[in-house]
Ligand binder design. Structure first.
Ligand code: NAP
Length: 298
């Protein structure tokens, strides 16, 4: 039987609607809208697209969007000074510095300058530490979105075998922490893992965050496994088209015959990332105003 498709697009739309409802309630109680500041340095085309869609989604959710576009040759001191101003600005609840930064800027230093309480991307070491020790903080948007899809699909994850392929700070490691926090038995695989197919075959839950087109094959999967495909890879264009197809890290067509459920690419994890960014910004706004979000709201 073909695997169920986990519809991240629909889930993300629902989450954005819920955020919108609570953003309106926040504005009523706080006397101002929740605010997200996005900083873009330079003119990287992909980053410009991301920043535009974040702006649109923020406004659609009834929140304030503050965009700061700086030239590619911006000095680090100027960028750090802007971050400091945003840290101090009571209208700004969340700060996001779009990565990658131009090569002369130290990304770690810039992330470290963001107030952890406004770090809605969850990249600050304080938030990574909070996640590791199980304290409330901000969790990176993509893995938190994956976790929401998994919880929705599977309910209680206690005792399930989970294999995360990839150990980046923005996806793989926080994903593994979230799964551990939910009492799964977690293995993190990476480029030095021996017998990756054998490791993946143990998994009830597979999260692939590698960046290699269709690397995970159907015969690596345990029948019935739940597969979350984070990868976004563009295949070379076929003759007659100018753009290649987008595919994930999992061979979707093959995996559908073995998995119990799987996220498609596109339309799976991708739409969750912005929805969770809006969610994190709203949570930041409630916390910054000392207000309680209604129980179980988000
Ligand atoms: P990354 O920083 O490049 O990390 C890739 C990870 O994959 C590394 O840990 C690497 O291992 C591991 N890896 C590479 N080749 C491997 C192999 N042959 N076997 C096993 N593991 C291997 O990437 P990332 O930022 O985590 O992103 C991963 C993918 O997710 C990319 O396709 C990216 O575009 C996508 N992504 C999607 C979203 C979204 O919104 N849907 C958000 C973020 C990222 P080592 O550590 O040993 O090098």
């Amino acid at each position: 039987m073909a695997a169920d498709i986990i519809d991240g697009k629909a889930f993300a739309a629902g989450l954005r609607e819920t955020v919108g409802v609570h953003a309106a309630a926040f504005a009523e109680r706080a006397g101002r809208k929740a605010g997200l500041a996005v900083v873009l340095v330079g003119e990287d085309p992909a980053s410009q697209v991301y920043v535009r869609s974040k702006h649109r989604a923020t406004v659609e959710a009834g929140m304030e969007s503050f965009e700061h576009r700086l030239p590619a040759d911006t000095a680090e001191a100027a960028l750090l000074a802007l971050v400091e101003r945003l840290n101090a600005d009571p209208a700004v609840d969340g700060i996001l510095v779009q990565l990658p930064l131009p090569g002369h800027l130290d990304e770690q230093a810039v992330i470290a300058a963001i107030s952890p309480d406004k770090d809605v991307d969850g990249f600050h070491v304080t938030n990574a530490g909070r996640l590791a020790v199980g304290q409330d903080g901000f969790v990176p948007c993509t893995p938190l979105g994956c976790m929401m899809l998994l919880s929705d699909r599977l309910g209680d994850l206690s005792g399930l075998e989970a294999v995360v392929i990839g150990r980046s700070n923005i996806v793989g490691k926080p994903m593994a922490q979230l799964l551990l926090g939910a009492n799964a038995t977690v293995t993190i695989a990476h480029s030095r893992t021996k017998d990756l197919p054998g490791v993946v075959r143990r998994a009830d839950i597979v999260v692939a965050a590698v960046g290699r087109a269709e690397m995970v094959k159907a015969d690596w999967l345990k029948p019935g496994a739940t597969v979350i495909d984070v990868g976004i890879n563009r295949l070379p264009p076929v003759p007659g088209s100018d753009k290649g197809r987008l595919v994930g890290d999992v061979d979707f067509a093959g995996a559908r015959d073995v998995a119990g459920a799987i996220t498609p690419v596109p339309g799976g994890v991708g739409p969750m990332t912005i929805a969770v960014l809006l969610r994190n910004t709203l949570v930041a706004a409630y916390r910054n105003e000392g207000l309680d979000l209604p129980e179980g709201a988000l």
